[in-house]
Design a protein around this ligand. Structure first.
Ligand code: DGL
Length: 298
């Protein structure tokens, strides 16, 4: 099955290989089966579920396997070597589940470990969150002055700067690492005085600048969007990675002929579960979580 899957990803037409009608029917069945393989999505914690929510909205027939490394979150304060080691462990786990596409629903791993991830997945398409977010931000900006917030690893990697500048040299970027946001979100501190105070402090660098878009360069930050809007006002457009990433995913599934046509299955694996986490997951899905968290060992 995997051999045929790889041939298809390389756009090799099966018709060249099969002339017998029975063989053709058999290959057609395999193709349908492959299309119904799940999409693998992963993050260091529950932030990647903001991408999953968008996938379910846009591609409701797709089966999913989500993996969040909640036992070791946050990743964004660690060095490249450790982040990549953790990232590859998550990817290997997902590859064992026979996925058809891989979504890196984490800015930190997209910024720091993408080339290493691509090396081990072979032919399976990999969608990261940075590339699609950059393209969609460049359509929105009028001032060509952008803000980027993310984990320390993401901001220090300068991945957003490099991608943005590659597409438009005139872009000015103001970046700010906000390492406390991920632990606050994982702890359920969303509508909380301390979080508001910290957000005001972090975002003060954007006051009196002419940024017109702020890239939320971390999938956890979508949960703090209302707070950011309250602080920065309506003149700054907040751009999170979920929508552009899922648009890119949809495009790739269509291009590769991998769109599913069956009733979906959805699995949500995490490496640790605590009560606060379930509260946050319910908040992400507006109390409509389409599954349950299952604890796994990597
Ligand atoms: N959601 C991850 C991101 O997008 C958080 C990384 C972390 O664990 O620090 O960067």
């Amino acid at each position: 099955i995997y051999m045929f899957y790889f041939l298809r990803l390389n756009e090799v037409k099966f018709n060249y290989y099969c002339t017998h009608p029975a063989l053709e029917r058999c290959l057609f069945a395999i193709m349908v089966l492959m299309n119904n393989f799940p999409i693998g999505i992963f993050d260091s914690g529950i932030g990647g579920l903001t991408v999953v929510k968008e996938i379910i909205k846009t591609l409701p027939k797709e089966s999913l396997i989500y993996l969040g490394d909640t036992a070791r979150v946050p990743y964004g304060t660690r060095n490249k070597e450790t982040i990549t080691k953790f990232a590859l462990e998550l990817v290997r786990y997902l590859l064992k589940q026979k996925i058809k596409v891989l979504v890196v629903a984490c800015n930190t791993m997209s910024a720091v470990s993408l080339s290493e991830i691509k090396k081990i997945v072979g032919e399976i398409p990999v969608i990261d969150v940075i590339f699609p977010t950059v393209s969609s931000t460049l359509v929105e900006t009028h001032t060509n002055v952008l803000g980027v917030i993310g984990t320390s690893a993401t901001v220090n990697s300068r991945a957003y700067d490099l991608h943005l500048k590659k597409k438009n040299k005139a872009i000015k970027i103001l970046s700010k690492a906000c390492p406390l946001f991920v632990p606050l979100v994982e702890e359920g501190f969303v509508n909380n005085k301390a979080t508001k105070l910290i957000a005001r402090e972090y975002l003060s660098v954007f006051k009196n600048t002419n940024i017109d878009c702020l890239i939320l360069g971390c999938t956890h930050y979508s949960l703090l969007k209302n707070l950011f809007a309250e602080i920065l006002g309506h003149k700054v457009l907040l751009i999170d990675s979920a929508k552009p990433t899922v648009e890119e995913l949809k495009k790739v599934l269509e291009q590769k002929g991998l769109v599913s046509n069956k009733k979906p299955t959805r699995h949500f694996y995490v490496t640790d579960i605590h009560p606060k986490m379930e509260e946050m997951v319910n908040l992400i899905f507006d109390n409509n979580f389409p599954g349950k968290l299952e604890k796994i060992n990597l």
